[in-house]
Ligand binder design. Structure first.
Ligand code: WT7
Length: 651
């Protein structure tokens, strides 16, 4: 995060109470929240056991709440049996069969309403089709689909039969898709011929074919959804159309009752190394977090129209599209397109059309739309809105205030929700009907979540304004269970710094005078571009795989819309870099990893600043990338003359 942003956040003292009318209308009252906090404080495990019995339907009740005998490999609700899709669908059928589960708006504006009965039938048909294709409990299916209802159907169908899904965001490249398929040893790939986003064709099947052209030996079948109508190659004996596999399948499918701990999904995310981590979530605990946070944080109820603008390819889409709103039996909007197409009022127009009451998006979208000017939101009434949420990266107070005033008309509480792929659902966030909010602050931890800030030696950091390592001191039901196929990395990454009960999030944080948390940024080599997490090492590995590149170092610098932007320092094998090569390298990274990883700027140099032991001085590169004055100690620099060159080469 930019130093100037940290400063502006630190100077932020405005406090906004939850509006009185909002609290009066809310399902969850301040007294209820107080009761949750006291219950959680009195008995952490008992509290979660009560919540699990209250919010989930169990096929068989559990007898042990938390098994921590093999910490940090925690187990929750062991010997309980459950099915996640049953909880998201079947249990609503008696009272809400005709209620709209999904209002889907396609890129071209076409709208489709899907009821709970209809969603249930579609999931059952597809689940039967998966079984007919040979997918069984515990098998992995990779889902590479656009943000359309079939993605939700595919995920819930996997859950129904106990297969483990791994959704890969449609913007990822062929090599990234291949790596994930190989790491998960997936038996099936579920994709589409393509789709339109912002009026542009995304050729998913073509990318998938490229991915499958090498490795991917575990793949036995590829199910292809017809979406764009683009001409695609269907390989005999491997590829089969979605509409053909579901044809003739019964609209009923007995759920597979799995253990509470049965893996529900794997979702890959970036870490400090070049290799993405397969974050593995468990069935019951994960779903519990999806439900409780929807209820508490957003006050999600039966009359709401919930809209999370994320893509199902990210954890936000998993928890707040596929699982949370459906498990709550709510109505939600799902959107295939982008906020600025055909015009920058698309979101606001959709809020009015579908009468959205709870709206959840990312700071990068808010900043981008804010730049287009107030006239776009002002074209629309926006009077159905009652809660606004943000997620993915720190939100600057300016964007927060714009969100509050121009979108929420000072009537809607803003919940700035801190969490991660690993945490499964919200962790540190305001509760809409309860928490006084401050721009740029994620406020406090939820009931049952023990967040704290520690210094390097493990002492608590309590002084206002002092920074430290953000940790969670007790296991919680919706935490990740391991890294797929790499338990050592799980232990080392998340529990290596202190002890086997102290989860290290990878962020630094501080408290303000009220004791509220403020997230400062990552403590590892992870950057956050438009709310998407990227490892600098991943981008570096992609760059050095280019034939012209000898060495690369990647850092980020603040960006007023993306939050952070990537700057790559490149040492060529020979010759000088020019505009053309810079553009080639940017495209190369995009092909290797996906468009989100495309560097904002490429700088060529003859060498990188290194210590005498050969370590790249990244902090120094960050300073240079930001165009700031170098005040760091450069006495350990092995090649001090390189500094002048790096600065001079700035464009
Ligand atoms: C990282 C997790 C959580 C779903 C989307 C991102 C940053 C996330 C906030 C927030 C400040 C935030 C953190 C975190 N982050 N939410 N409200 N304020 N920072 O999930 O890709 O796993 O990334 O995003 O740095 O560690 P993710």
């Amino acid at each position: 995060m930019a130093d100037n942003k940290i400063e502006s956040v630190l100077k932020e003292h405005r406090v906004f109470e939850p509006p009185r009318q909002f609290v009066e209308d809310a399902a969850i009252k301040p007294a209820d929240v107080e009761a949750l906090y006291s219950a959680a404080e009195a008995d952490h495990e008992g509290f979660w056991a009560d919540q699990a019995r209250k919010h989930l339907d169990w096929h068989q009740d559990f007898s042990t709440t938390l098994d921590d005998t093999n910490a940090p490999f925690f187990k929750w609700f062991t010997d309980g049996k459950i099915n996640v899709s049953y909880n998201c669908l079947d249990r609503h059928l008696s009272a809400k069969a005709d209620k709209t589960a999904i209002i889907f708006e396609a890129d071209d504006g076409n709208v489709e309403h899907i009821s709970y009965a209809d969603l249930h039938a579609r999931v059952c048909r597809f689940a039967n089709a998966l079984k007919a294709q040979g997918l069984a409990k515990g098998d992995r299916a990779v889902i590479y689909l656009p943000n359309v209802p079939e993605a939700t159907v595919a995920m819930l169908a996997c859950a129904r039969i106990g297969a483990i899904h791994s959704v890969v965001f449609g913007g990822f490249s062929a090599p990234s898709l291949r790596d994930r398929i190989d790491d998960a040893e997936a038996k099936m790939l579920i994709t589409a011929d393509g789709n339109y986003r912002g009026g542009k064709l995304i050729p998913l099947k073509e990318v998938a074919d490229k991915a499958l052209s090498e490795g991917c030996e575990s793949i036995e079948s590829v199910v292809v959804l017809k979406r764009s109508g683009a001409d695609v190659e269907m390989r005999d004996g491997r590829d089969i159309w979605w509409h053909d596999v579901v044809d003739g399948q019964p609209a009923d499918c007995e759920p597979e009752w799995v253990d509470a701990e049965h893996p529900l999904f794997i979702l890959y995310t970036s870490g400090s190394t070049g290799k993405p981590k397969g974050i593995q979530h468990a069935s019951a605990g994960y779903l519990l977090g999806a439900v409780t946070t929807c209820r508490w944080v957003f006050d999600l109820g039966d009359d709401d129209v919930f809209w999370c603008t994320a893509d199902v390819g990210w954890i936000t889409g998993h928890t707040y599209i596929t699982y949370g709103p459906t498990a709550c039996g709510a109505t939600q909007v799902m959107f295939e397109g982008v906020p600025t197409y055909p015009e920058p009022d698309r979101f606001w127009k959709m809020v009015d059309t579908h009468q959205v009451t709870i709206f959840y998006t990312a700071p990068t979208a808010i900043r981008a739309l804010m730049k287009h000017g107030d006239e776009y939101p002002q074209r629309h009434a926006l009077d159905s809105l009652r809660v606004l949420g943000t997620v993915g990266e720190p939100i600057n107070p300016e964007a927060w205030m714009w969100y509050r005033q121009v979108i929420g008309k000072e009537r809607c509480p803003i919940v700035d929700t801190w969490w991660q792929t690993e945490t499964g659902a919200h962790m540190i966030t305001p509760i809409a009907s309860y928490t006084p909010t401050t721009p740029g602050s994620v406020t406090h931890a939820l009931p049952g979540i023990e967040a704290d800030i520690l210094d390097e030696s493990g002492e608590r950091v309590t002084d206002a304004g002092a920074g430290g390592v953000l940790v969670i001191k007790k296991p919680w039901p919706y935490m990740l269970r391991t890294i797929w196929g790499d338990p050592d990395r799980y232990k080392e990454t998340y529990f290596g710094m202190y002890d086997a009960h102290t989860y290290v999030a990878g962020d630094s944080a501080q408290r303000d005078e009220k004791g509220y948390f403020r997230i400062l940024g990552r403590i590892d080599d992870v950057v956050n571009v438009s709310g998407h997490r990227l490892g600098t090492m991943e981008v570096e590995s992609a760059l050095v795989a280019h034939e012209a590149v000898a060495e690369a170092a990647v850092v980020s610098r603040p960006h007023d819309v993306k939050g952070e932007a990537i700057v790559a320092f490149i040492i060529l094998k020979d010759g000088e870099g020019d505009e053309q090569l810079a553009s080639d390298l940017r495209n190369w990274v995009s092909e290797q990893l996906g468009a989100i990883a495309k560097p904002e700027e490429i700088r060529f140099a003859d060498g990188l600043p290194k210590t005498r032991s050969g370590k790249i001085m990244r902090r120094l590169l960050r300073t240079v990338a930001r165009g700031d004055e170098v005040t760091q100690d450069v006495s350990t620099l092995e090649n001090p003359q390189i500094l002048d060159q790096l600065q001079a080469k700035g464009t």
